[in-house]
Write a protein that binds this ligand. Structure first.
Ligand code: S3P
Length: 176
């Protein structure tokens, strides 16, 4: 099975790692958020503002359905959005489709990587302390979903290349 799915909270490095991993594996890279923006012609913050989070989650589910149905091809590295795997059906579809790698990071690292939260509707419009409290709670409520993976890597003190190397080494050593 050549498909790889990167999951994890905002700011854990899914997109940077995904792009480099795809390039090193010589396969296609897909970012679910980017596909949603392309298909809808709207930014993620605009989708949240105009239609609400539930609608966005529906779009994410639809993209996952299309992905596992092969609409985007095979041998793909996919970065999910931070909330894609909170859906039981998305999580189970992605697990059956590829190797699920969950990226993690410490809360202080997440906050500094996300900065003002531009482009991320769940990460803007509050103080740093408010953001820390909201993210700590969101991370706690999502932990069980992120744990449901094949490999987990803490990216807090690793470069993108080091994370990619760790994933490649896991794939090389895996028994299948
Ligand atoms: C979200 C994470 C975002 C994006 C949307 C919702 C979340 O993706 O899908 O803003 O619920 O955690 P990134 O994890 O790529 O920032």
């Amino acid at each position: 099975m050549k498909n790889i799915v990167l999951t994890g909270f905002m700011g854990t490095g899914k997109s940077s790692v995904g792009r480099q991993l795809a390039s090193e594996l010589g396969c296609k890279y897909l970012d679910i958020d980017t596909v949603i923006v392309k298909v809808s012609g709207k930014s993620i913050p605009d989708i949240f503002k105009e239609y609400g989070e539930e609608h966005f989650r529906g779009m994410e589910s639809l993209m996952v359905e299309r992905l596992v149905a092969g609409d985007f091809g095979v041998n793909i590295v996919v970065s999910t959005g931070g909330g894609t795997v909170i859906s039981d059906s998305c999580r189970s579809a992605l697990k059956g489709w590829g190797t699920v790698v969950c990226l993690t990071a410490r809360i202080d690292i997440i906050l500094s990587r996300i900065g003002s939260g531009e482009g991320r509707p769940l990460a803007s419009g509050t103080t740093v302390e408010g953001q820390r409290a909201a993210f700590t709670e969101l991370l706690r409520s999502r932990e069980k979903f992120y744990t449901d993976c094949d490999l987990r890597i803490d990216t807090s003190s690793r470069t993108v290349s080091e994370v990619v190397e760790a994933i490649m080494s896991y794939l090389d050593n895996r028994a299948d």
